[in-house]
Design a protein around this ligand. Structure first.
Ligand code: NDP
Length: 313
């Protein structure tokens, strides 16, 4: 059997990053996690890193302000996965990855790089609205740098993180489902795709040694999880045994409210707009030069929307 690649996770203490570390270890990869000097005495992060070490990961010190430190850690591995922040209401550092790309280029040994994507495919969002398009534009800047440097890559388009979208019944600003009411975005009938974050990590790690995903985009579309907001609400109603009071927010109202919010909120709302009013995640067929994760890896028993939502009962 071929040797499993050694993996470096950058951004390993993050919301998705910690799941990537777990999945990499679970799939038997020798796993390295970047310990950024700058986290200093952030006790939560340090404790998390130590727990990774206890689980068998290697911690490697480096800094985005020290190119040679990045080159040195990249040289230890075959695959680099970056899960650096890219949500404006939390933190958005997507362009910092250009420094990582420089380090990977200089190191010259990396067989696969997965940049911090894990959402809507930015290549499909050239007409996205301001200000939220910044997320897609920045991710495309990183893609161009990767491709110009000739670094082998896989781009993971993970669609909606379940925690954000299912938790809030697809309503921006909510991450826990109400047992009383819900506001539908428009008619609530646009399909989107919801993926348990642990499954995103599992599928992502599956791709790294797979020749079928080399230099391709991999969409994660678990077939049972392609649902409209109304269908998500119905699943929740079935679980709680009660119908919610429903109202609706029109496209015009949504956009008007968006304009009154601060910049970071507007970025997030733009993304909800494209997903929930335009159906940008599910309104296209996966074409040549791309793959779909649940087809590539049918052995992964993904979490269905209903299973995911039982945690809120
Ligand atoms: P987090 O906000 O949890 O941050 C991830 C990590 O980024 C941090 O733990 C930290 O890692 C690193 N980081 C943060 N600031 C800096 C900095 N200044 N310098 C260097 N590193 C920094 O990220 P998420 O998990 O929320 O996002 C990861 C990816 O997932 C992004 O691309 C994002 O766009 C995408 N996403 C997609 C969603 C969807 O619904 N499809 C939803 C949410 C995110 P450390 O300290 O360990 O180095």
């Amino acid at each position: 059997m071929a040797m499993k690649s050694k993996v470096l996770i950058v951004g390993g203490t993050g919301y998705l990053g910690k799941r990537l570390v777990k999945a990499s270890l679970a799939q038997g990869h020798e796993t390295y996690v970047l310990h950024r000097e700058e986290i200093g005495v952030d006790i939560e992060k340090v404790q998390m890193l130590l727990s990774f070490k206890q689980q068998g990961a290697h911690l490697v010190i480096g800094s985005f302000n020290d190119h040679q430190s990045l080159v040195k850690v990249v040289k230890l591995v075959d695959v680099v996965i970056c899960a650096i922040s890219g949500v404006h209401i939390r933190s958005h550092q997507i362009l910092l990855q250009l420094k990582l790309v420089d380090a990977i280029k200089e190191a010259g040994n990396v067989k696969r790089f997965l940049p911090s994507e894990f959402g809507t495919d930015p290549a499909r969002m050239e007409n996205a609205m301001e200000p939220g398009r910044v997320t897609f534009d920045d991710k495309m800047v990183v893609r161009r740098a990767i491709e110009e440097a000739g670094i082998p890559f896989t781009y993971i388009s993970a669609n909606c993180f379940a925690g954000y979208f299912l938790g809030g019944l697809c309503q921006p600003g909510f991450i826990l489902p109400s047992r009383e009411q819900v506001r539908l975005l428009g008619d609530g009938n646009q399909k989107a795709i919801y993926v348990d974050e642990d499954d995103i990590a599992t599928y992502s790690i599956k791709t790294i040694d797979d020749p079928r995903t080399l230099n391709k985009t991999v969409y994660i579309r678990p077939p049972q999880n392609i649902l409209s907001q109304r269908e998500v609400v119905q699943i929740w109603e079935k679980l709680i045994g009660k119908e919610l009071l429903k109202s609706s927010i029109s496209e015009q109202e949504f956009l008007a409210i968006m304009k009154e919010q601060d910049y970071a909120e507007q970025v997030g709302l733009t993304h909800y707009y494209h997903v929930c009013y335009e159906g940008c995640l599910a309104n296209f067929e996966i074409g040549d030069g791309a793959e779909e994760a649940s087809k590539l890896y049918p052995e992964v028993k993904y979490t269905t929307v209903e299973e995911y939502m039982t945690r809120y009962l």
